[in-house]
Design a protein around this ligand. Structure first.
Ligand code: ADP
Length: 552
């Protein structure tokens, strides 16, 4: 902390809320510009919708969602259509205000017409989502999983997932939603911040009982009942990678606007909190992504009426300390310097565990997505944190001291990394999904003025012209009309009114439109892929020509 300012720059900046907390020009910052905006409920739903349009099967881990108020008529019409097609379908929906957290303002409904009764939708945009009625229950209770994910770098994409997470339990036995129980938050919402106020909330000193447990303790239980936890982990990893692939295009637009390429600036990393619900059949479903997951390792305890004290929470400590420790080990600037210069850094300047190669250990349960095996953890004990510490002190004097840059003293024996690299490790399996990323690259190329996130009409025209997309069937006048129509619609519903012009999502819509026009008979993802290839090819040719002209 440097409350009175400091003259020298830092290696790592740990901001509380967002990238813009302070002006930073070097080092590494624990926040990406635009992350908060990108993971808001509405923006996330839009990004997931785009991916669901392109790859419906691959993105079926996100519940069907509609954005209110703009898609209220669509919501009503689609639900009616689905009910007509399947009269036995008795859905429930969950309405979540945009920008809300901790269960704030969330309610369940049985029928779209119930939304209008609340009246606040116009003033507070929201997402309405199909409610997952058959979650997996443990001890008859609904629970969700909070998993910590480190986005270590955007370009190239580097993702790490923490081996353990938290399971947060409801405090009333679950029943499928009926008109009678819809309002029972302790039955339907797993938020810690809500359930803590229930008389049934159990603070446990153990990590495998109580209202907050480690995810590994749940896996252990599932595995002992014969569940395929290996597949479950593999599905979770794939959910995380696909979700980040959906978010990267938008993040890249923010990134280039705040940290233009070629200019000195910081690099970014960020710990994200993924909220995942397991369905009865063990399918993981994404609920949301948190840009600022709570890293508290204490909770309040009422000692006597009205007298509160912060006491350690063993479950939080077990999971979160490891996440922060490993994040610092992975972004360790000394390690990078050593790698770059091959100069041995004196031990006193080294970060804990600096000798470890991030993500390269092939430690089960992360042995390759196909044959991913989930090492079922030993039955968790209440003292497992203490055990980690014991391990450290037992191994401390030691073996690795001859290594040129091995840390010495107690640092030498830090536990192995809890954060495991999943990308680029599994990049091959997922690269075909990164279409919107390539559309975003085209968008960024034509943004022109540095520091913007929106494309002006001239930029759009230049894009069309340089990629030779205009012809006798699609005149430049039609190009302008397309630009105006789509931009106007997106700006009328956008949250960001600061800049005028075409936002990335509007550009993506326009791009899809052009792709559909050009390659009529193909499925959407092939239409889009074909148009991307065409654009990239024509731009490369143009670039080549310019180089030749330059030489001439
Ligand atoms: P918040 O940011 O306010 O916590 P969430 O999207 O995480 O909002 O939702 C709050 C809680 O509501 C979740 O923790 C989960 O228990 C429940 N929930 C959210 N979406 C669904 C859904 N589609 N189906 C079932 N339960 C859900």
């Amino acid at each position: 902390q440097f409350p009175f300012g400091r003259r020298l720059p830092c290696d790592i900046y740990w901001h509380g809320v967002s990238f813009h907390d302070n002006n930073i020009f070097s080092g590494q910052v624990n926040k990406f510009p635009g992350m908060m905006e990108t993971v808001r409920k509405i923006t996330l739903s839009r990004a997931m919708r785009t991916m669901q349009d392109l790859f419906p099967l691959e993105y079926n881990f996100y519940p069907r969602s509609w954005i209110l108020p703009e898609e209220l008529p669509l919501f009503v019409a689609e639900v009616q259509m689905m009910k007509d097609n399947n009269p036995s379908w008795k859905p429930t929906f969950i309405v979540k205000p945009d920008g809300g957290c901790q269960g704030d303002g969330i309610y369940l409904i049985k029928d779209p017409s119930d939304i209008r009764l609340t009246g606040s939708i116009q003033s507070r945009p929201a997402v309405v989502q199909e409610y997952i009625c058959k979650p997996l229950l443990v001890d008859k209770l609904k629970f969700d999983i909070r998993l910590y994910v480190l986005l270590k770098s955007l370009e190239p994409l580097e993702i790490y997932i923490a081996k353990d997470g938290l399971s947060r339990f409801c405090t009333e036995p679950y029943q499928e939603p009926t008109l009678k129980n819809l309002h029972q938050v302790f039955m339907h919402l797993t938020n810690y911040s809500l359930n803590i106020h229930s008389g049934n909330f159990i603070h446990s000193a153990s990590v495998n009982t109580g209202s907050k447990r480690t995810f590994s303790s749940i896996l252990y239980r599932l595995s002992s009942r014969g569940a395929d936890v290996k597949k479950l982990w593999s599905d979770i990893i794939s959910l995380v990678i696909k979700t980040i692939i959906a978010l990267t295009p938008e993040l890249k637009v923010y990134y280039q606007s705040d940290i233009p390429a070629g200019k000195p600036g910081p690099t970014c990393f960020q710990i994200l909190g993924f909220d995942i619900l397991l369905m009865k059949n063990l399918k993981p479903m994404l609920l949301e992504v948190n840009a600022n997951p709570s890293m508290r390792i204490e909770h309040e305890q009422e000692l006597s009426p009205g007298v509160f004290e912060n006491v350690p929470s063993p479950v939080d400590e077990e999971v979160k300390v490891a996440v922060i420790r490993d994040t610092l080990r992975l972004v360790d600037p000394q390690k990078k310097k050593r790698r770059d210069s091959h100069v041995t850094v004196p031990p006193e300047q080294q970060w804990p565990g600096a000798h470890e190669q991030p993500g390269l250990q092939e430690v089960s349960p992360w042995q390759g997505l196909d044959e991913m095996s989930c090492e079922v953890p030993p039955k968790p004990t209440p003292c497992s944190i203490v055990c980690c510490r014991c391990q450290s002190s037992e191994q401390a004097p030691g073996a690795s001291q001859e290594l040129p840059d091995a840390p010495q003293g107690p640092e030498a024996a830090l536990p192995s990394l809890c954060l495991k690299q999943v990308f680029p490790k599994y990049a091959k399996q997922f690269s075909y999904l990164r279409l919107v990323d390539r559309v975003a690259a085209l968008f960024i190329r034509f943004l022109g003025v540095k520091g913007t996130t929106k494309l002006g009409p001239t930029g759009f025209r230049t894009f069309i012209r340089n990629c030779k997309l205009s012809n006798s069937n699609f005149s430049m006048a039609a190009v302008d009309i397309l630009y105006i129509d789509i931009t106007r619609r997106w700006n009328s519903m956008g949250i960001d009114h600061k800049e005028s012009g075409m936002c990335l999502q509007a550009f993506v819509e326009a791009f899809f439109c052009l792709a559909q026009k050009k390659y009529k008979s193909l499925p959407l993802h092939e239409q889009v892929a074909s148009l991307i290839e065409l654009c990239e090819c024509r731009l490369a040719a143009l670039h080549g020509k310019r180089l030749v002209w330059g030489c001439g």
